[in-house]
Design a protein around this ligand. Structure first.
Ligand code: HEC
Ligand code: HEC
Length: 386
């Protein structure tokens, strides 16, 4: 059975391999907006959330410091409705042609320069372009509030198991420009390879990396093409500008979910080994609404070797070209495409892609393939409702 599931994935055919009951379509729950703050925020937090929301949607202009090189002008062009896409980030990877030997390179392609839209040059021979779709941003405050010790406990628990799951926390170098509150996490958790530990660092990084907007957190930026001057030399944004965007992302709620059957199957098959359904947040978090709550995040925030099939060959910090951080399955129903490059359009396609040479998820995909067609459909529908 498993062979059939995998073959379907490999052919890009997303149909279930055997006649299974029709899963319910991907539907939104009631009129629940994705763009909602956590229920319990204070009026002051709500005000900052609203200011950040406006900045998240704002197309930045040259006069505000956009560029000299950039990818898009606004956060929403890659995080539409706080979910995923439509724009992507392209990274370059060098390949020797041997699938087992993938060499790191990893430059970000910034196709636009201010003043004009430059055509994308085809990558030189021996260089591949890897697309990266943005992860959704809702519920990120909870991810940040999960204590480092919890990640270290997951590491130990997984190492003690016999199903091949061996997650590791991304131990990252601290960026000194970002002042961090007491108790802020130090283990990487944001980015597709968990390359940064806090939202402050990540947002400042997105501003400079995707849009060429410098801030006190990240005062230098990649140079422009020779003939293009930065329209606004010096630091473009204030600490406040960055912090409002951080407040917005930090205070976004986990979209409300309709209860669906299948949670036990999710655990039984081993999906929950990596997509850990729930985690308790810090008891000393500065935002009361994020303090000591049980958050349904569906991630362990650890890096996993996902095998040759999903490898992009790009090394980031301590993460290898085959490792990915377990994505939080939060607001999955708002995503039109799945996996780091959006290669899967359905949950079934995403599950099939988990299995390949060397993947830590092989056992779990094998168990999924052994379920009855009805159970498979129930599990898929459960994930589609997250
Ligand atoms: C050109 C597309 C693009 C733009 C513009 C963009 N992002 Fe992203 N965003 C991405 C991609 C791709 C990733 C994954 C990056 C990685 O793996 O390092 C990401 C990741 C993130 C994450 C981490 C989520 C997680 O769970 O790992 C946050 C937070 C985020 N972006 C916020 C923002 C904010 C705020 C802005 C505007 C200042 C912004 N992004 C602009 C593409 C974009
Ligand atoms: C060994 C850890 C591991 C196991 C076990 C695992 N996953 Fe994943 N899952 C990941 C990682 C890592 C990714 C990201 C891979 C990528 O983007 O290339 C992922 C991605 C996904 C995605 C796409 C999410 C998105 O935002 O694009 C879905 C859906 C998913 N997994 C569901 C499942 C289900 C269902 C199971 C059980 C059958 C499962 N996973 C088992 C680690 C795991």
């Amino acid at each position: 059975m498993i062979a059939l599931v995998l073959a379907a994935g490999a052919l890009g055919c997303e149909d279930p391999p055997v006649a299974a009951p029709e899963p319910p379509p991907l539907t939104l729950v009631g009129d629940d907006p994705s763009d909602a703050p956590i229920d319990a925020v204070t009026p002051a937090e709500l005000e900052r959330f609203a200011q950040g929301d406006a900045r998240f949607e704002l197309p930045f202009r040259e006069a505000q410091g956009l560029g000299p090189r950039y990818i898009q002008r606004s956060c929403v062009s890659c995080h539409e409705d706080d979910a995923r896409g439509p724009s992507v980030v392209r990274r370059l990877a060098v390949t020797s042609g041997d699938p087992h030997e993938i060499l790191p390179f990893g430059d970000v392609v910034r196709p636009r320069a201010i003043g004009e839209a430059r055509p994308l040059l085809p990558p030189p021979s021996g260089v591949r372009e890897e697309a990266r779709l943005a992860p959704p941003v809702f519920g990120r405050g909870y991810l940040e509030a999960i204590p480092d010790e919890t990640l270290l406990r997951y590491e130990r628990e997984q190492a003690a198991g016999d199903d091949g799951v061996r997650g590791r926390a991304h131990r990252v170098a601290r960026s000194s420009a970002v002042a961090l509150a007491d108790g802020a996490p130090t283990l990487g958790r944001f980015g597709l390879k968990g390359r940064l530990a806090t939202l402050d660092e990540f947002v400042a990084d997105a501003l400079v990396g995707d849009m060429g907007l410098t801030s006190p957190h990240r005062p230098s930026e990649p140079p422009g093409p020779d003939d293009v001057e930065d329209a606004r030399p010096g630091v473009d944004l204030t600490r406040d500008d960055v912090e409002r965007l951080v407040d917005y992302v930090r205070l976004l709620a986990i979209p409300r979910r309709e209860p669906r059957p299948g949670a036990e199957l999710f655990v039984m098959v081993g999906c929950a080994r990596c997509h850990v359904p729930r985690a308790r947040t810090r008891t000393d978090h500065p935002v009361e609404a994020l303090r000591d709550v049980e958050a349904a995040v569906y991630t362990d925030l650890l890096l996993h070797d996902m095998g040759l099939g999903l490898a992009d060959g790009i090394v980031e910090g301590d993460a290898s070209g085959r490792e990915w951080r377990t994505p939080a399955l939060i607001g999955l129903r708002f995503q039109r495409r799945l996996l780091h490059d959006g290669r899967a359009e359905t949950v079934l396609g995403a599950i099939a892609a988990h299995a390949s040479e060397g993947s830590e998820a092989n056992v779990s995909v094998e168990r999924f393939g052994r379920l009855s067609p009805t159970d498979r459909a129930t599990l898929v529908a459960f994930v589609e409702g997250l």
